[in-house]
Write a protein that binds this ligand. Sequence first.
Ligand SMILES: [Zn+2]
Ligand SMILES: [Zn+2]
Length: 231
Amino acid sequence: MDKLLHVLLSLPDEMIWGIFLVENVLLTFVVLYAGALVLRGLNRGAYVYTRREWLICGITNVLNTVVTYGGFWLWKHGFIGIRTTFSWNLLPDFLILFLSMDLLMYLFHFLIHKTFLYGMIHRLHHEAIDPKPMDLFILHPVETMSFGGMWLALLMLYPFNIYAILLYLTVNLVFGLAGHLGIEPLPERWRHSAFVRWLGSSTFHHDHHRDVEHNFGFYTTVWDRIFGTLK
Ligand SMILES: [Zn+2]
Ligand SMILES: [Zn+2]
């Protein structure tokens, strides 16, 4: 990992922008492809996305690339510290990132629902009453940059383990896709287990698209339980 980071430092800026753009676009296609596979496995037809949806998804990818480069720039200039040794402490680091981002996004999400910001920013994402995988990327630019800004601000607070960061980013995509499948893929017997009830399942975020007064969390139901907004 150290070597990889060193190679990044030696590359020209244009190449780094290119690498981050390709990385974001590839991850988007992986998520959309995984979503299509899950839906096919559940005997649901694949979605055909409109030109407008592809365009918004493209803009989100460009902005996510700006956030990725922002993180790189902050790390290069010493504003973000990263620990690169693979050790057990990646688990507490992961849990801190997971729960902190869940709380920050809960608060931001609540704010954009309860103020004039809803019409200006968040209504776009809520055009989908029954979400589909690409809705994970159907976000207003202000929303995308705000989520990215919160993420980078959190990374500036403490030198997290790089493996915890990568694990968090992967889990973030898994939950993002799960919430926008438009269907609950978990077998009935799992749905009522304590584990699933405390985590944000597909149904949890789908219910938020159907009833915008509830379920503002993303990864867990913890903050909705604490603040009394759980459906
Ligand atoms: Zn919402
Ligand atoms: Zn959504």
